[in-house]
Design a protein around this ligand. Structure first.
Ligand code: F0G
Length: 458
């Protein structure tokens, strides 16, 4: 008999989580103005708000923290991280930052001008926020297949080379400071980009002399999918694939809170000394001196260790199989989710789940609130609230997909938790015909409103 699958780790420390009653949850979510970001964490039983900074560090990461060097300049922890980045990713230049959006802030300050165009694959909201904040424009060149959740395409994060080249021709290369490739692509469902696509993008970029930067939060999960799905890569190690991925990039921004399995941190890595020098100025202004940039020495040490562990096959296999386990249970219940299953999360198709809720009343948010009420599970809306308003017309932008994202923290929950999530969502599914209204906005911020928006029942 073939042995069943089991996690590639055992548990050394635990944290208690509490169940609650439906009455309690009704009160709490109302007090939170139906915004799940406003709940207290002890009002949540299973927290799937994000896989960002919510992972469990390993014994080796915790020990690395004890060896952190807290010197302001020239700390050994900085050099340790620098050499890990060079060995793993191949970049000569790097700047630590306190998280991913800080890396965007620094790099974009050095590269983007008003009126610029940044083509990419469904830019993440902070990326788009930092582009629009500089009065530049993000142009989405993702392949069309990504917007149909039922199409089983192996690399739905891919950029369409034709759309990309047309964008470059339409706006002219002078207006395009760089192309951004998000690996895996969070916004389109944690979907990977193929090596072949990375090569195509590199060739187009070279033709027009435009740099390519990877938004790398989940780069290791992307490499795992390449190993499993792309011909010629089945026998390569994750680390070999990662090396090849970055051979096609000029630089990267990293949110280390995801695939580097730390609770806080980020960095920029670059091939160009000139861009590094420009970015350095902004790093010192916004983040800190170049050898710590918003991170403590102990955190840089844990990050270096996390980068190494996060690019091991057995770890990634455990992680991504758990996400797929949840995806399969939901599929077996007849619930429509993004396929193939994403690396870090399962994305539930809210329009199909709640067909009676009008799009003006925030369908995916309505589903997120229902799941919380059902079992104290906190997911997150990836829909109209997240898409913000058009910066010019101030009209709501209605994205092609209204999704409820169930992001799975790394090395945190067991498959018993996945079972609870699946059954809770099935219970909501069974009573979906009774859910006909959503929410109206009471108060919202001008940009990235989903974090603080206040809602009332429609
Ligand atoms: N890029 C991608 C693809 C991301 O998913 C995120 C964060 C960032 C950049 C920004 O990094 O949070 O460290 O500043 N994503 C989190 C999420 C917030 O829940 O998906 P950060």
């Amino acid at each position: 008999m073939e042995l069943p699958f089991a996690e590639s780790y055992k548990i050394k420390m635990v944290e208690t989580i509490k169940k609650s009653t439906r009455e309690e949850r009704e009160k709490w979510i109302k007090e939170a103005n139906y915004n799940l970001f406003s709940l207290k964490s002890n009002q949540v039983f299973i927290d799937l708000l994000t896989d960002s900074g919510t992972g469990a560090m390993s014994d080796k990461q915790w020990s690395a923290m004890m060896l952190g060097d807290e010197s302001y300049a020239g700390a050994s922890s900085y050099y340790n991280l620098k050499s890990t980045i060079k060995d793993l990713l191949g970049f000569d230049y790097f700047l630590p930052t306190h998280q991913g959006r800080a890396a965007e802030n620094v790099l974009f300050s050095a590269t983007i001008k008003e009126g610029d165009i940044i083509p990419g694959n469904s830019h993440f909201d902070t990326t788009k926020g930092h582009i629009e904040f500089r009065k530049a424009k993000a142009v989405d060149c993702t392949i069309d297949e990504a917007f149909d959740t039922e199409i089983d395409h192996p690399f739905k994060g891919n950029i369409d080379p034709v759309k990309l080249e047309n964008t470059i021709k339409e706006y002219t290369p002078e207006k395009i400071p760089f192309i951004v490739l998000t690996v895996t692509c969070n916004t389109s469902g944690g979907q990977p980009v193929s090596i072949e696509n990375m090569r195509d993008i590199r060739n187009i970029a070279d033709k027009y002399n435009i740099p390519v930067y990877y938004d790398s939060a989940r780069f290791a999960e992307n490499a795992y999918f390449i190993k499993l799905r792309e011909k010629g890569y089945e026998n390569k190690t994750i680390k070999e694939i990662v090396k090849e991925m970055y051979s096609y990039a000029d630089g990267m921004t990293m949110s280390s809170k995801k695939d580097a399995i730390v609770n806080m941190g980020g960095f920029i890595a670059l091939k160009s000394e000139e861009t590094f020098k420009k970015a350095t100025v902004f790093n010192i202004v916004f983040e800190g001196f170049i050898t710590y940039g918003g991170m403590s020495g102990r955190d840089m040490n844990a990050l270096a260790q996390g980068l190494d562990e996060g690019t091991e096959f057995d770890y990634l296999d455990t992680r991504i199989k758990q996400v797929a386990y949840l995806g399969q249970r939901l599929t077996d219940f007849g619930i429509s989710v993004q396929k193939p299953f994403g690396g870090h999360a399962i994305f539930v198709e809210a329009k199909k789940f709640l067909p009676h809720v009008p799009k003006e009343q925030y369908i995916a948010q309505t589903l997120a609130v229902e799941l919380y009420l059902e079992a104290g599970i906190r997911g997150v809306e990836i829909g109209t609230l997240l898409a913000d308003r058009d910066p010019e017309t101030r009209e709501n932008r209605y994205p092609a997909l209204e999704l409820l994202r169930l992001a799975i923290p790394r090395r945190v929950y067991t498959n018993n938790h996945m079972d609870v999530i699946a059954v809770a969502l099935k219970n909501v599914f069974d009573r979906r015909d009774g859910i006909r209204t959503g929410f109206n906005i009471l108060e919202e911020a001008p940009i990235m409103r989903h974090f603080t928006v206040k809602l009332e029942k429609a």
